[in-house]
Design a protein around this ligand. Structure first.
Ligand SMILES: Nc1ncnc2c1ncn2[C@@H]1O[C@H](COP(=O)(O)OP(=O)(O)OP(=O)(O)O)[C@@H](O)[C@H]1O
Length: 304
């Protein structure tokens, strides 16, 4: 069974055909890089897969524990729920709340689904530590480097146990060394735990780290790529250490797991927090510029 699959997906914006009939099947545990020239439809495809944009025609089949659902046929409310429960998102700029500290940004995701502040902070700190950010928990986002901020975004995207992480140019604002480090963190946090990663990038080096590279042109998939035999593999010796008290090797969602993921498994996400509201991270009305995370400092204070 595929983790997610687009079938004959079409999307037009007025006279512009963004997607002209795209078929793309992504297996559980794959890291798929979507490449192509500017305007070829990469982000639109990512957003259609993630249920942010509704296609004009075609289907997006998603495997869930309850069976396969067609994301394109769900109501807005159902798609919002899907984003809360199944997906994580990482963007070029991270979309973090600048008024909050690193640990608060991650903890907020957990608090929005009911965790107490104390337990959310504790869990968020564990995830930050596993991504090499121990000691930086109390820094505000502006006090972090671009690469460190992206690690905070990666922690936030996975803290609630998403089975598919969508990343749009996650290294676009970073130098090549930092980009490589962030990719290591991103791969470790996703396919390293049996999750699926779908990533849009212009960077061939970033794409080469994935298990498959697909290429788009003029709204069409012109190269579906070949899946590598093994999983995407973070560079040796650069894996973040397992967090204390977490099992290593078991993916967060059995139905989304690939056996080979155990080869580079990471600490397991906490499934109880799978209801993180990704709706808070997105404005479903904009295909081009999803809104920053909606939670504000006020929301944080309101829950404190
Ligand atoms: N909300 C929208 N309104 C109008 N046109 C849009 C919208 N979203 C996308 N498009 C158009 O659809 C086409 C595909 O856009 P998309 O953003 O998917 O391309 P892309 O490959 O991700 O480009 P880039 O690499 O520059 O980000 C482009 O011609 C774009 O202008």
């Amino acid at each position: 069974m595929q983790a997610i699959e687009a079938r004959a997906v079409r999307k037009t914006y007025g006279p512009t055909t963004a997607l002209a009939g795209v078929d793309l099947a992504i297996a559980p545990g794959e890291a798929v890089a979507i490449m192509g020239a500017s305007g070829s439809g990469k982000t639109t495809l990512l957003h259609v897969l993630a249920g942010i944009v509704t296609p004009d025609a075609g289907a997006v089949h998603l495997a869930t524990p309850a069976g396969v659902v067609d994301v394109a046929r769900l109501s807005d409310g159902e798609r919002t729920r899907l984003r809360r429960e199944r997906f994580g998102f990482v963007f070029q700029e991270g979309m973090l709340v600048p008024e909050l500290t690193a640990v608060e940004n991650v903890a907020l995701a957990l608090m929005l689904v009911g965790s107490s502040r104390a337990s959310a902070i504790q869990e968020a700190a564990m995830w930050l530590g596993s991504l090499g950010l121990a000691g930086m928990e109390d820094r505000r986002i502006g006090e972090l480097s671009g690469g460190q901020a992206q690690r905070v975004a990666i922690a936030r995207a996975q803290v609630t146990g998403a089975s598919i992480v969508f990343a749009d140019e996650p290294t676009g604002a970073l130098d090549s060394v930092t980009s490589g480090e962030v990719m290591t963190a991103l791969l470790g946090a996703t396919v390293g735990r049996g999750r699926t990663l779908v990533l849009v990038t212009h960077d061939e080096q970033v794409a080469a780290r994935c298990t498959r590279v697909v290429r788009m042109r003029d709204g069409l998939l012109v190269d579906a790529g070949a899946s590598q035999a093994g999983p995407a593999r973070p560079a040796a010796g650069m894996l973040p250490p397992p967090a204390p008290g977490t099992a290593v090797g078991a993916p967060s969602h059995g139905w989304a797991a690939q056996p080979q993921a155990a080869a580079y498994a990471q600490p397991v996400a906490h499934p109880q927090s799978a209801a993180y509201s990704q709706s808070a991270a997105y404005s479903p009305t904009s295909a081009h510029a999803p809104a920053p995370v909606a939670p504000t400092q006020q929301q944080w204070q309101g829950r404190a």
